[in-house]
Write a protein that binds this ligand. Structure first.
Ligand code: MLT
Length: 316
């Protein structure tokens, strides 16, 4: 039984599936060739690059599963697949810590202009003393207010790091009233403290945010548009590592250019893999190419969770 891992799979997941009797093919099949080639496979594993839309599902009536190596399943017509009896598997728990750490990479960049220093100091004619002066107004994260929009697994992981750093956390999530977050020491020391955090309405949280991060699925209407951004502090930093479009990109550019916002960190974009160049080149934006879950640890967790779930389908 052959599985096509069209956007790759971590070595541990591949070996686990092979040990269970599957053949795992990792040679990439171009999107347009999938309708002809996928019927040879029992299932497909994708990350975000490969799309599994209705036409592809219709071309493969015998497919036994569609697996997403990650959290978001917006690149899969999952409801349609399930209506055809094809299970859609994802790995919601595997990458939370890595995504949360990337959020803080952007916060630290923005708070100390690290992303700008990296670019500008590399220039042959850079002026060290002038740059030292221009970047002398950094801020600390300790003591600041962090707004977390979407308080699921990733949001809570961000809160855990923020609490550990001495930040005040304001979670925003209409689905829950409060949630427990446990801050635990490294196993070498032991010990932990559990804090109960109560959610607040978005309109109440926005004007208080020094730092803000979103952890929500793809939405039809942006969570942060011009109206919401206008209520924030002009010094606030926002990070989007969820999905392109949860912050309205044109409104974000306007807010940065008109001094309504301090800066932004973007890991995700509308129109990936060809985002708007105005965002990529903007000096007030720290950027990464959708690498929130791209760590050795997250990919190993994803490989294991996927393999466990596929094996549990009892196909071999
Ligand atoms: C996810 O949904 O898991 C992330 O966006 C990671 C990814 O697509 O690489």
């Amino acid at each position: 039984m052959k599985i096509l891992a069209n956007d790759g799979i971590a070595p541990n997941g591949k070996s686990q599936l092979e040990a269970a009797g599957f053949t795992v093919v990792t040679e990439k099949v171009a999107q347009e060739d999938l309708p002809a080639q996928l019927p040879d496979y029992v299932g497909i594993i994708v990350r975000s690059a490969t799309k599994v839309r209705k036409d592809l599902i219709d071309a493969c009536p015998d497919l036994k599963f569609i697996a997403r190596a990650g959290v978001g399943i917006d690149n899969i017509d999952h409801e349609y697949a399930r209506s055809k009896g094809i299970p859609v598997i994802n790995t919601p728990a595997a990458s939370s810590e890595s995504v949360a750490e990337l959020v803080f990479s952007h916060f630290f960049n923005l708070a100390r202009s690290v992303h700008r220093s990296n670019v500008e100091l590399q220039l042959a004619d850079s002026n060290f003393k002038a740059l030292k002066k221009s970047y002398s107004k950094g801020i600390q994260l300790r003591g600041k207010t962090l707004v977390v929009i979407g308080f699921g697994r990733i949001g809570r992981e961000v809160a855990r790091i923020g609490l550990g750093m001495g930040m005040r956390i304001l979670p925003v999530d209409p689905m829950i009233e409060k949630a427990e977050v446990t801050v635990d020491m490294h196993e070498a020391y032991g010990g932990s403290q559990t804090i109960v955090l109560e959610t607040v309405p978005l309109s109440e949280a926005l004007p208080q945010a020094d730092f803000l991060t979103l952890h929500v699925p793809t939405v039809n209407k942006p969570i942060l548009g011009a109206e919401e951004l206008a209520t924030m502090k002009p010094t606030a930093f926002v990070v989007n590592s969820a999905r392109g479009g949860v912050i309205e990109e044109s409104a974000l550019l306007h807010a940065l250019e008109s001094g309504q916002l301090g800066g932004a960190g973007l890991d995700v974009f509308v129109g990936e893999p060809n985002p708007d160049r105005k965002l990529l080149e903007h000096p007030m934006i720290s950027i990464t190419p959708h690498t929130g879950a791209s760590t050795v640890e997250a990919q190993a967790n994803i490989g294991q969770e996927l393999a466990d779930k596929i094996i549990a389908l009892n196909l071999v």
